[in-house]
Design a protein around this ligand. Structure first.
Ligand code: SF4
Length: 383
C-alpha cells in the first residue's frame, strides 16, 4: 500500500512531455482558447507540471472577458430603459461597464433577470405580454450561438413581438488568427493551439484546418480532464519537435471532423458573420454573428436603434492584454488587493473562466512561467 508520505509517481504522459520538451531544447509556448481549459489547467496544476521550457498561455476563450466594453455599456443602457426586461447569464451581472454594471442597474430598479437557458428569455417574453419588451443579451462563442438561434426561431414560430436578442456572439477561429497576427510568428509567438473542446464539438475539428495549413501553426483539439490536456500538450510538442504543423483531434469521443450539423444549420439560419469588436483584439473581420435580415424584427440593435459604442477599459485594467496573452494578470498593478473576485475591476476577474480569477484562486505557483508573456503590447483600435 502506498504511504501518504511517499511522493506520488508522475504520470507517464508527464514524463513523456518532459522528454519531448528536452528534445526541442528551447523555449516554446502554446495557447489555449477556452475558458474551461483555462480553469481546468489551473485547477489541476498543469502549469506546474509543464517542463521549464514550455508555457501554456490563456487566450481569448472566456466569453465574458472578450465581450467589448461598448457592448457591456449597451446592455446596461438598454436594461435601464423603462419597461425593458434584460435577460442574461450570471457571469455578466457583475462585469463593470463605463457606468456601473447590470447588477448595479438591477439594484437601482432595472428589471434584469439571470437565466440558465436562452429559451428562458423566450418564456419570460411569453409571460410578459406584447407591450413589455424582453431582451436576451447573447454572449459567447459557437457553443452558445445555437441556443441563441433557437430562441429567435422559437420566438418567430410563436409570433412573439416583444422578444429581441442583443447579439454579442463571437467566432473562435478568427480570434486565433488575430492572436497570431498581433503577436507575430517570432520566437516569442504562439507555436501551437490547444483548440477548445466545446466549440469544436459544434464547428468540427476541420474548422481549425486553415490555422494549421495556412498559418503553419499546429492545432490539437483536446478534452478537459488533466490527462487529456496533458496529452494535447505532448502532441503539440511532438509537432514542434518534428517540424510539423498538423491538425490533430485527441477528443474524438466528443468532436467529429464536421461537428454538429444541426447546430450549424440553426446558426446559419439566424446569423451571419460580421466584423466585430473584441476586448483586447480590436475589430476583427467576420469574427462575430449578427442577426440576418429575415429575422431583423428580433434584432435588439435594430428594434431599439442602438448604435455601436466604443468605450475604454476600466482605468488601469489590463484585461485586453491578458486576453491576448501579452501580459500576466500579476503584471496588472491592480491585481490582488484592488482587484479580486470579491471586488473585481475587470471581466477577467469577474468571470469564473477568467484568467485573472484563475491566477487569484489557484496561486502563482500554478501559473504560467514569467518568461513567456513579455512582448510589447500591440496597438489595437480599442477595447
Ligand atoms: Fe483587469 Fe483586474 Fe485583471 Fe487587472 S487584475 S487585468 S484590473 S481583471
Amino acid at each position: 500500500m502506498t504511504s501518504l508520505a511517499q511522493p506520488v509517481a508522475r504520470q507517464p504522459v508527464i514524463e513523456h512531455m518532459h522528454t519531448v520538451a528536452g528534445q526541442i531544447g528551447r523555449h516554446v509556448q502554446f495557447m489555449e482558447v477556452c475558458g474551461t481549459h483555462t480553469m481546468s489547467a489551473f485547477r489541476c496544476g498543469l502549469h506546474g507540471l509543464l517542463p521549464k521550457n514550455v508555457t501554456l498561455l490563456s487566450g481569448p476563450g472566456c466569453p465574458v472577458c472578450v465581450t467589448a466594453q461598448g457592448d457591456i455599456d449597451l446592455m446596461i443602457d438598454l436594461a435601464q430603459r423603462p419597461g425593458v426586461t434584460m435577460c442574461t447569464y450570471g457571469d455578466m451581472m457583475r462585469v463593470p461597464g463605463s457606468r456601473g454594471s447590470l447588477e448595479a442597474a438591477r439594484s437601482a430598479g432595472a428589471d434584469v433577470r439571470v437565466i440558465y437557458s436562452a429559451l428562458d428569455a423566450v418564456r419570460i417574453a411569453e409571460e410578459n405580454g406584447d407591450h413589455h419588451p424582453v431582451v436576451l443579451a447573447a454572449i459567447g462563442f459557437e457553443t452558445t450561438a445555437p441556443t441563441a438561434a433557437a430562441a429567435v426561431l422559437r420566438a418567430h414560430q410563436q409570433g412573439l413581438d416583444n422578444f429581441s436578442l442583443l447579439a454579442c456572439l463571437k467566432l473562435v477561429v478568427p480570434a486565433m488568427t488575430s492572436v497570431l497576427t498581433l503577436r507575430g510568428r517570432s520566437r516569442r509567438g504562439v507555436e501551437g493551439f490547444l483548440c477548445p473542446g466545446h466549440v469544436s464539438a459544434i464547428i468540427g475539428s476541420e474548422a481549425f484546418r486553415p490555422v494549421a495549413d495556412e498559418y503553419g501553426v499546429p492545432c490539437v483539439v483536446g478534452g478537459f480532464e488533466p490527462t487529456l490536456m496533458s496529452q494535447a500538450v505532448v502532441a503539440l510538442l511532438e509537432q514542434v519537435r518534428d517540424g510539423r504543423h498538423d491538425l490533430e483531434n485527441l477528443y474524438p469521443e466528443v468532436v467529429t471532423p464536421a461537428g454538429n450539423r444541426i447546430a450549424q444549420r440553426w446558426i446559419d439560419e439566424v446569423f451571419e458573420p460580421v466584423v466585430t469588436r473584441w476586448r483586447g483584439l480590436g475589430t476583427i473581420p467576420e469574427s462575430g454573428l449578427a442577426i440576418r435580415k429575415a429575422y431583423s424584427g428580433y434584432d435588439a440593435r435594430r428594434v431599439f436603434e442602438l448604435h455601436p459604442v466604443v468605450a475604454p477599459e476600466p482605468d488601469g485594467c489590463r484585461c485586453g492584454e491578458v486576453i491576448a496573452g501579452l501580459v500576466r494578470p500579476d503584471q496588472c498593478r491592480l491585481f490582488g488587493e484592488r482587484c479580486n473576485p470579491t471586488r473585481p475591476i475587470g471581466p477577467c476577474m469577474v468571470s469564473g473562466e477568467g484568467t485573472c480569477q484563475a491566477w487569484f484562486k489557484y496561486g502563482r505557483a500554478n501559473a504560467p512561467k514569467p518568461s513567456c508573456q513579455s512582448v510589447t503590447p500591440p496597438e489595437t483600435d480599442g477595447p
